[in-house]
Design a binder for this molecule. Sequence first.
Ligand code: CMP
Length: 140
Amino acid sequence: MAIERTFSIIKPDATRRNLTGKINAKFEEAGLKIVAQRRIQMSEAQAKKFYEVHAARPFYGDLVKFMTSGPVVVQVLEGEGAVLKNRDIMGATNPANAAPGTIRKEFAESIEANSVHGSDSPENAAIEIAYFFAGTDIVG
Ligand code: CMP
């Protein structure tokens, strides 16, 4: 499998509980390299646009409110098959269904406050990375 990049967000429930380091350790232990990282306060407009694909879903409003409720850490992760590998490390969206040892099993509070976001395809990874990072921000 090829070296890929994926986009990751450590969400407000996790930054609030000071879990950034523990979550980053999971990525690094699994062989993903953090090649860009920034802690930001997302604006409502940024969150709305980022989650635009979910605009028609009933949870969209709450999701935007949650993602702007505190700082997040936006990241680019790099490694062999990074998109799928990151989804394995994160575990299922709903922590109740997440496998043991995954970030969401260990840390997530609920399906909304589920600690991390990760791109679902290489195409979306490229779009999401470009939304938050310039090429020069990423150092492989
Ligand atoms: P994420 O990978 O960031 O993409 C969309 C987010 O919506 C998802 O993680 C969840 O945190 C959040 N969400 C809230 N409620 C639901 C739901 N019922 N089904 C799917 N995602 C949900």
